[in-house]
Write a protein that binds this ligand. Structure first.
Ligand SMILES: [Zn+2]
Length: 291
C-alpha cells in the first residue's frame, strides 16, 4: 500500500508539473549510519528523497563538514586538518569550496534582515595579505557594522607590491594589476541596499576613499591612524578610545582565526579564490556564532 508523504514535502522536484510522491523503500547512508526514506513520483517514475535537494547531495564524508567548518575558522590549516581527521588534502580543499557555497547562501539570507532594518553606521578599510609570495600582494576591502561588529561584505583584489619588493616583483612576475578601486566599487555597490540614506561611514585617512562616498548621500568621516598595540594582531590600536574599534577588532579576529591570515605564518594563500572561499567561511562563523 502506498502512503502520501507529509504535506510539508514538496511535490516531485524532477518534473515540471510536480507529480505525487509515493513511498518507495529506503536507503542506508553509511557516513551517518542512518536510513533515509525514498519516494517515487507517479508521473516520471523517478525516485527522490530529502537528500536530493540538499547541497550535500552525493557526499560521502558529510559527517566531517561541521568539524572542518569549525576548525577552518579556528586557525587550523588545511594540511593539519587532513592529518587530524584522516582525510586526503584534496578532500579538505573540496570541502572548503563546498562550505563556502553553503556559507554564501546563509549570509545572503542574513542580508534580508538588513534590508528590513538598514544600517546607519559602517566602518570600512582594507587589509593586506598575499598569494603564493609577498611579491604578489592581495588586498581585502572589508565593511563592518559599527554597532554589532558583524561583517557586512568583503572583496578580494590584487595589488602591486610596495616598497623594496616592488622592483623585484616586477622583475620576477611582471606588472601586477591593481584591482583595489574596482573591489571598493563592488563593495559599496553591494552595500547600498542595506544602508540608510544618510548612513555614516568611517575609515582611515586613505585619500582614495572619499571618491566612493562622494555623491552617494552618505556621510564619511576619516580617522587618523595610530600605532598598533602589541597584543592586537597589528590591527588593534594602542589608544584609549579607538573610533575604528569595530573594524580593527574584526580585522584582528580574522588575523587570529584564519590560518592563512596569521601575521607570521608559512601557511600562505595559493589562489585568491581559495582566500575568498575561506573568508566566506569565516564571515559566516563570525556573524552567526562569534558576534
Ligand atoms: Zn516526477
Amino acid at each position: 500500500m502506498s502512503t502520501k508523504p507529509p504535506s510539508n514535502d514538496p511535490p516531485c522536484p524532477r518534473c515540471p508539473n510536480g507529480g505525487d510522491l509515493v513511498r518507495h523503500g529506503r536507503f542506508y547512508r553509511k557516513s551517518q549510519k542512518k536510513w533515509i526514506r525514498r519516494w517515487r513520483c507517479n508521473l516520471c517514475l523517478k525516485t527522490v528523497s530529502r537528500a536530493t535537494s540538499e547541497l550535500e547531495f552525493g557526499q560521502k564524508k558529510r559527517q566531517f563538514n561541521q568539524s572542518i567548518y569549525f576548525l577552518l575558522c579556528s586557525g587550523v590549516s588545511q594540511r593539519r586538518l587532513s592529518l587530524g581527521l584522516n582525510l586526503h588534502r584534496k578532500t579538505i580543499a573540496r570541502k572548503l569550496k563546498f562550505l563556502a557555497i553553503k556559507c554564501r547562501f546563509r549570509q545572503n539570507r542574513f542580508w534580508l534582515k538588513y534590508l528590513e532594518a538598514p544600517i546607519e553606521r559602517v566602518q570600512f578599510d582594507e587589509m593586506e595579505t598575499s598569494e603564493h609570495t609577498k611579491l604578489k600582494p592581495l588586498s581585502i576591502a572589508l565593511a563592518v557594522c559599527e554597532k554589532s561588529r558583524k561583517i557586512l561584505n568583503f572583496q578580494v583584489a590584487s595589488m602591486p607590491a610596495k616598497g623594496h619588493l616592488a622592483k623585484l616583483s616586477r622583475k620576477k612576475y611582471g606588472p601586477r594589476p591593481d584591482d583595489r578601486a574596482e573591489a571598493l566599487n563592488r563593495l559599496f555597490e553591494s552595500m547600498s541596499p542595506i544602508l540608510t540614506e544618510n548612513a555614516h561611514l568611517r575609515s582611515d585617512q586613505n585619500p582614495r576613499y572619499p571618491v566612493w562616498t562622494r555623491g552617494t548621500g552618505w556621510q564619511h568621516s576619516t580617522i587618523k591612524g595610530s600605532r598598533g598595540a602589541v597584543t592586537g594582531q597589528g590591527e588593534l590600536k594602542k589608544v584609549v578610545f579607538d573610533p575604528l574599534f569595530s573594524l580593527n577588532h574584526t580585522c584582528a579576529m580574522i588575523r587570529a582565526n584564519v590560518n592563512r591570515m596569521f601575521r607570521k605564518t608559512w601557511c600562505t594563500t595559493k589562489k585568491a579564490e581559495a582566500l575568498t572561499d575561506h573568508l566566506w567561511l569565516y564571515m559566516d562563523f563570525h556573524n552567526r556564532i562569534l558576534t
